[in-house]
Structure formats: C-alpha cells, structure tokens
Design a protein around this ligand. Structure first.
Ligand SMILES: Cc1ncc(COP(=O)(O)O)c(C=O)c1O
Length: 353
C-alpha cells in the first residue's frame, strides 16, 4: 500500500520502487520542492514577527542546496570553525553565528574571519576569548542553561539534565559574571529543545524570564536555539509567534531561532535495496545495501528511528517474536549482527525497495 504520511508525501502515492527504482543504491535523494516549502513556512514566521531564522548546519550541511534555502534564511549557525567557514563561503553576505562548548586557541583567529556572532558556553570562555572577539568587532553572546527540562526520556542529550556541560546556570552567572564580563555581551543564547512543539518553548521562555529576566533588557538579541519542529504538520505556529513577540516586547531584543531539522524535514530519503532475506531460528533478516553506521549514524548515537516506508507499527521488536518482524542489517560482517532490531518492514513489501 502506498504511504501517504508526511515523510513520504513527496512520493505522491507512488511506491519507492517506482520513484527510485532506476537509481544506483544506496543514495540520498533530496526534494527541492519540500525544502522550499519548509523555507517558505519559516520565512512566513519571520515576516510576521520580525524574528530571524538561521540554518543550524549540524543538521543540514548539504551546501549544494544552500541556494534553495538562501531566500528564506538570515544566516547560518555553526558548531565550530569548519561549519562557520562553510556558511561564510557558501552563503555570502548572510550572517554567521557560532556556538561551541569550548573554543580552541589554534582555531580562534581564523574563526574571527568567518563569524559575526560568537556564543560562549561559560564565563571562563567569555573571559578568555571575549575581549579579542570584541576588539575584532564581533557580537558576543553567552549560552545560558535555564535548567528547565521539557524532554522526557532523553537525558543523555538533554542540555537541561542535571550535570549537563552546556550553558551557564543562574548560580554560575551569579558567581562568575563580573560587570566587565557582562559588558562584553550583546546577546543570550539557549538551546534546550529537540523535535519539540511550541508549548515546550513557552515553558522554557517562562523559565528564562524567571531566571534571567533582569539580564535580558541589557541585551540586543536573544537566540532561542534549535529543536523547534516548526515544519512538522500540526506544529502550533501561532504559539511560537506569541513566544517570539513576548521576548521582543518584554526585553526589546532581536529574536533569532536556529533550527536545523525543521529546514530539511521530510525533504530527503535514503534509498536502499533489500539484497537478501535470510531466516535463522525463526527470525527473518533483511540484508540491505546500506548500514546505520555509514548512512544514518543518528540511529546509533541518538534514540532516533527514521520513518521507514512500509513499516508496520509494533512489528519491530525481535523479543516479541512476531512473524512479521524483519530486523534490518547491512551487508558488511562488522557491527552488531542484528543492526537495529527495532526497525522492521512489513513482509509484503518484499525485496528491492
Ligand atoms: C546549539 C544548537 N543549535 C541548533 C541546533 C539544531 O537543532 P535541530 O536540528 O534539532 O533544530 C542544535 C542541535 O543539536 C544545537 O545544539
């Protein structure tokens, strides 16, 4: 049966075989039309509110497609030197923002060539590099940690989980931010969400207002980070716009958002073929010409499972011993024998997907 869910809407009711059958696999296929639709949606929010959207390149750095997104974005966000250079070179004239947990001395002078906005993770990093960056005319920010977790069950990559290395808490601010350091700052940055809706942003903004509301009127900008799933069907855009206006009106700041995934959501496919189906002890395995490690490392690093064409909910657990479950694995002998046992395809999808 053809998939009509959002991730596969670009197939327009056709099977992957019909659309990708002529391609050498594995390959990634990008849907420019969907990239444009995502861009238009984000640009609409920017036009209505006056906020500025950046592309977080850690989520999407396919620079061949930057010209497609260029009309919709204010600039790029980088997590280090090379991403900053990529944004600077591939989107000339656009803003380049960088946030890094800690900058390296050997990178910093070159970074100053590319980045216009530099966000530090700690007062110590601001003290070490801030004066040099300020002298070079850069706009500086500090990443705060509002200590407001809105992610359930994602503690390993929740920046607000206790013990997180990311962001300056209010207690750290109070202990370490001298007047001299505060005067180096133009902006505050936070990033606490992941694939979340705007109700969680609203909760977070309230925590930011409570903890840092006295500091923000001194700032020129506030960066709300990424993790906003704005282009997902059903996302509450009105509430997002209310959050943005609340920040603008409360603190007189320019609001930045730096989503990554939202720019590229449902705009790409990994096309792969099932090369063989084997059976052992009642378990049927599908052997693919792609692997999680090489082609979708997020599946290993994060608790993340991409939408799979033809997958049937609830068939993916090998322990359930369901007849229909087909654990997916690469054709290479390295790595876990079963790849991800929780990925499954329905048996009638057959081979040659
Ligand atoms: C600082 C920062 N900004 C933006 C993003 C982009 O997040 P997403 O792709 O979930 O929108 C991330 C992702 O980890 C991040 O760490």
């Amino acid at each position: 049966m053809a998939e009509t869910r959002a991730p596969f809407a670009a197939l327009q009711g056709k099977t992957p075989e019909a659309v990708f059958g002529g391609l050498v696999t594995p390959c990634y296929v990008l849907d420019e039309g969907q990239l444009r639709r995502n861009g238009e949606l984000l640009a609409g929010v920017a036009a209505r509110t006056g906020c500025r959207f950046l592309l977080a390149q850690k989520a999407f750095s396919n620079y061949d497609c930057y010209p497609v997104l260029a009309p919709y974005l204010a600039g790029t966000e980088a997590s280090g030197l090379f991403e900053a250079r990529l944004g600077f070179e591939e989107l000339p004239g656009k803003e380049v923002h960088v946030f890094c947990g800690a900058y390296r001395e050997q990178d910093f002078d070159e970074l100053l060539r590319y980045a216009g906005h530099i966000v530090f993770n700690s007062p110590a990093q601001l003290r070490k590099f801030g004066p040099r960056a300020r002298a070079a005319g850069k706009s500086l920010g500090l990443r705060i940690n509002p200590e407001c977790s809105t992610q359930e069950g994602h503690a390993i990559y929740d920046p607000c989980a206790p013990g997180s290395r990311l962001g300056t808490t209010r207690a750290q601010w109070n202990a370490q931010m001298t007047e001299e350091l505060i005067s180096l700052l133009d902006g505050i940055h936070f990033h606490t969400l992941c694939e979340q809706d705007s109700d969680d942003l609203e909760t977070t903004i309230k925590a930011v207002a409570e903890k840092f509301g006295d500091v923000l009127p001194r700032m020129k900008w506030l960066n709300l980070g990424g993790g906003h799933h704005v282009t997902r069907p059903g996302y509450d855009i009105d509430r997002l716009e209310r959050c943005i206006r609340f920040a603008q009106q409360s603190w007189g700041v320019t609001v930045y958002l730096e989503p990554g995934e939202a720019w590229a959501l449902n705009a790409g496919f990994l096309a792969s073929r099932v090369l063989d189906l084997t059976e052992n002890s009642g378990v049927k395995n599908a052997i693919l010409d792609c692997s999680a490690a090489c082609h979708m490392p997020d599946v290993i690093e994060m608790p993340y499972q991409p939408p799979l064409y033809g997958a049937v909910e609830g068939t993916g657990n090998r322990e359930q011993g369901t007849e229909e479950a087909f654990p997916l694995g690469g054709r290479w002998p390295e790595g876990p024998d079963e790849g991800r046992a929780d990925a499954a395809i329905a048996p009638d999808e057959g081979t040659d997907k």
